[in-house]
Design a protein around this ligand. Structure first.
Ligand SMILES: [Zn+2]
Ligand SMILES: [Zn+2]
Length: 278
């Protein structure tokens, strides 16, 4: 029974990502389907969606949610005590360098991958995003596990400067790590081609769960302290969430956040409570 509950918990994350990617894909499709986007406008659109969502969601978590003590306490998922750290402040040079990197990545993806229009069919888009998140989790697990081996660790140390994480640590990585992670994330795009609406939706939702995963809060996508534990312990939990770590036996068991936003964990808690009572 425990195995089934864990599986439900992990599938819930995949479904949530697939559902919200589809929702935003539909929105982009609705806005853009009558517009002929050339190469330059596609690059600019993809880059802008990625950058504005990264800073917008990150600032919302850090400056709105975390500044409200009640909300911060309500969403907090950290169980392990960590020494407070001063996070990197925004510097113009870092900001410009980050945006140049993101723009070049967008330029490379759009110019090298072939364009495939996948339309607005709901079943097709949901299946596509389910496949994407399942594969992305696997690819991230492998590349992240490799980044923790001795011969590659140096590349990854910059990201692990922070045990006490903040949302923006999500984007704090060395250039080689940025290249490795971006390439593994975009592998299906190079194989199957890109649809600009899907690409923008994927980038937006990817930023949302990545920023949330580093915020030490469980708000909507992140149902446990899974990645927070990875930063505080530097060992185990190499995937985006627990599925592949469970398969490969590298899971550092996280604490699940139950609540209305996380139904699988909520049902598990209720079921265990009932079992305990009877
Ligand atoms: Zn790591
Ligand atoms: Zn991290």
């Amino acid at each position: 029974m425990k195995k089934i509950l864990n599986l439900c918990f992990e599938i819930e994350f995949y479904l949530k990502v697939a559902f919200f990617c589809t929702l935003f894909q539909q929105l982009f499709y609705w806005i853009l389907h009558d517009t002929e986007l050339n190469f330059v406008s596609q690059v600019i659109l993809y880059w802008l969606v990625g950058s504005t969502s990264f800073y917008g969601i990150g600032l919302f978590i850090e400056k709105v949610i975390k500044k409200n003590d009640k909300l911060k306490q309500k969403f907090n998922i950290r169980t392990k005590k960590v020494k407070k750290q001063v996070f990197p402040s925004f510097k113009i040079k870092g900001f410009i360098f980050g945006e140049i990197k993101a723009f070049i990545a967008a330029l490379i993806i759009i110019s090298l991958a072939s364009e495939t229009h996948r339309g607005n069919s709901l079943p097709l888009n949901i299946s596509w995003f389910l496949m994407r998140i399942f594969l992305a989790d696997f690819c991230f697990y492998i590349s992240h596990w490799l980044l923790h081996r001795k011969f590659l660790q140096k590349i990854h140390f910059k990201h692990h400067e922070f045990r006490d994480t903040s949302s923006f640590v999500a984007g704090y990585k060395s250039l080689p790590e940025y290249v490795i992670v971006t390439l593994t994330d975009l592998l299906p795009i190079f194989i199957f081609g890109y649809d600009i609406n899907q690409l923008c939706a994927w980038s937006l939702i990817g930023n949302a769960y990545n920023l949330e995963g580093h915020s030490s809060l469980s708000i909507f996508f992140i149902p446990s302290n899974f990645h927070d534990l990875h930063h505080t312990c530097f060992k185990g939990n190499y995937g985006i969430q627990g599925f592949w770590d469970r398969v490969f036996n590298t899971l550092n068991t996280p604490i699940k956040k139950s609540g209305i936003m996380f139904p699988a964990a909520y049902l598990e808690k209720r079921w265990l409570y009932k079992k305990y009572k009877s």
